[in-house]
Design a protein around this ligand. Structure first.
Ligand code: NAD
Length: 498
């Protein structure tokens, strides 16, 4: 099917969709042990899409036992890497074949525009292929010992990995976690967000079709405080791979400490600074990229460029151009391929963002464009919102809003720009716009951030690691660095007779 589909095509496809709503445990789709379900709702229409199995501690216990058995049996964990690669490439091919359907599931479930969901599918499929292709090229080591010994450093899978993921890029975040974990030979239990469970369950069908052995990949839909917490506290889970909020990331570290010291890899929140110096090249392009950096995916992006730091001599000009760019990024029907922004994921998030807009006005920032926070709209749509004259003391200048709200700060010197940028508990991403290579390198080195984008925003592919410093997390997704996180080093020391 071509991706040149029209709005009407997507509406028709959405009408024809059926949903898998049961958990995938061992090798079968089953109801939750309790029989409980929860509703998943399309935020663009308010319509309930499906009632989904609501797993809890009982389901976690069963799934962990199956995952452990599968790991011990070795049908996947001890299989030749080249054979694991073949299965994962089959899964990638199936995802490619069904990418429109997978994209549609994410769009209906969490409100993101269909064009953005299709981009996510390309990212998810690329990630699976990258790790599948890497796993039979990852060597162990022979240590530089004396003649009387042979020191081997072997890489082994960890065991059972629980992947707990958010709703903002449902399938892409899933792929970033499960692809390296599965490629490395682990058994994986996926806990999708309760706000976007449908694509994960469809993925389970495809994984089964691709030939992943029973118990190696399981999906438990449900809430964080029930099934998520149970997985995090399990004595038989060896690793938690998490993407989500910093608050929950902190809880997961506590759960690991209270249980078996499982590894905890966290990708958490951000309040990412985008620094624009007066020597940058093309103000129109900078303003457009700065607008995309915050308004893409309705601002529901961990690396949203939510703080724009502009050298005061060009600030007015940049803000004017930014407002024009924002004007062209209004939210629309997520099923319309022309929509740049869609609906906010749910009413809680919608109200949270509107509350921040209200606070921004109360705190004295200048609202240059955006929603009237008092007006009640028919759907969960929020217009691109820009505040100028923001200071680090304001909540809108410090806290992660996770919505289409940009905070613009001014600065007069490089020193001040770096100080403002680093004045945050987060350190996920940062941008630098300048034509001066000395400045670019000076500033890039001083920014406390997992990644720095120079004269772009969010430039990346599978070859580079992704993750944060400070309270933005401690793990790295993508690239061979992520693959290494899902394996354990084992030393084998052989005594030899010289
Ligand atoms: P969240 O922390 O509320 O939930 C994330 C996942 O954790 C969900 O599956 C949820 O059910 C689960 N969870 C919640 N409480 C739990 C508990 N007590 N025990 C176990 N699991 C629990 O985050 P969210 O609202 O889904 O996503 C938004 C957040 O994710 C933002 O802060 C955003 O910055 C962050 N995020 C980070 C990255 C990154 O790579 N750094 C990427 C995307 C999103």
């Amino acid at each position: 099917m071509s991706n040149e589909l029209t709005h009407a095509d997507w509406q028709r496809l959405a009408g024809d969709l059926t949903f898998e709503t049961r958990a995938f445990v061992d090798d079968a789709f089953v109801a939750a042990v309790s029989g409980e379900t929860f509703a998943t709702v399309n935020p663009a229409t308010g319509e309930t899409l499906a009632e989904v199995a609501s797993c809890d501690a009982a389901d976690a216990e069963v799934a962990v036992a199956h995952a452990r058995r599968a790991f011990a049996e070795g049908g996947w964990s001890r299989r030749a890497p080249g054979e694991r690669k073949a299965v994962l490439l089959r899964l990638a091919a199936l995802m490619e074949q069904h990418k429109n359907e997978l994209a549609l599931l994410d769009t209906l479930d969490m409100g993101k525009p269909i064009a953005s969901s299709l981009g996510d599918m390309a990212g998810a499929i690329g990630c699976l292929r990258h790790h599948a292709e890497s796993i039979d090229k990852l060597y162990g080591e022979v240590a530089p010992t004396g003649e009387d010994a042979l020191g081997l450093v072997l890489r082994e899978p960890l065991g059972v990995v629980a992947s707990i993921v958010p709703w903002n890029f449902p399938l892409m975040m899933t792929a970033w976690k499960i692809a390296p974990a599965l490629a490395a030979g682990n058994s994986v239990i996926l806990k999708p967000s309760e706000k976007s469970p449908l694509s994960a369950l469809r993925l389970a069908q495809l994984a089964k079709e691709a030939g992943l052995p029973r118990g190696v990949f399981q999906v438990l839909p449900g809430f964080g405080h029930t099934v998520g917490k149970a997985l995090a506290l399990s004595m038989d889970v060896d690793c938690l791979a998490f993407t989500g909020s910093t608050a929950v990331g902190k809880q997961l570290m506590q759960y690991a400490g209270q249980s078996n010291l499982k590894r905890v890899y966290l990708e958490c929140g951000g309040k990412s600074p985008n620094l624009v110096f007066a020597d940058c090249k093309d103000l129109d392009a900078v303003a457009r990229h700065a607008a995309e950096a915050i308004f893409h995916n309705q601002g529901e992006v961990c690396i949203a460029g939510s703080r724009l730091l502009v050298e005061n001599s060009i600030r007015e000009a940049v803000v004017d151009k930014l407002l024009a760019a924002a004007e062209s990024m209004q939210p629309g029907d997520p099923l319309d391929p022309a929509s740049f922004m869609g609906a906010m994921v749910d009413r809680t998030q919608y109200e949270r963002v509107r509350d921040y807009i209200r606070r921004g006005v109360e705190e004295g920032a200048t609202l240059r464009t955006g929603s009237d926070p008092a007006a009640e709209g028919p759907g969960l749509f929020i217009a691109p919102t820009v505040f100028d004259g923001v200071t680090p003391q304001m909540a809108i200048g410090r806290e992660e809003i996770f919505g289409p709200v940009l905070a613009v700060f001014g600065f007069d010197s490089e020193e001040e720009a770096v100080r403002l940028a680093n004045d945050s508990e987060y350190g996920l991403a940062a941008g630098v716009w300048s034509q001066d290579i000395d400045r670019i390198m000076r500033v890039s080195r001083r920014l406390e951030s997992g990644q720095v984008f120079v004269n772009n925003w969010a430039g990346m592919d599978q070859t580079v690691p992704f993750g944060g410093v400070k309270q933005s997390g401690n793990g790295r997704d993508k690239s061979h660095h992520s693959l290494e996180e899902y394996s354990e080093l084992k030393t084998v020391w052989l005594s030899l007779v010289p």
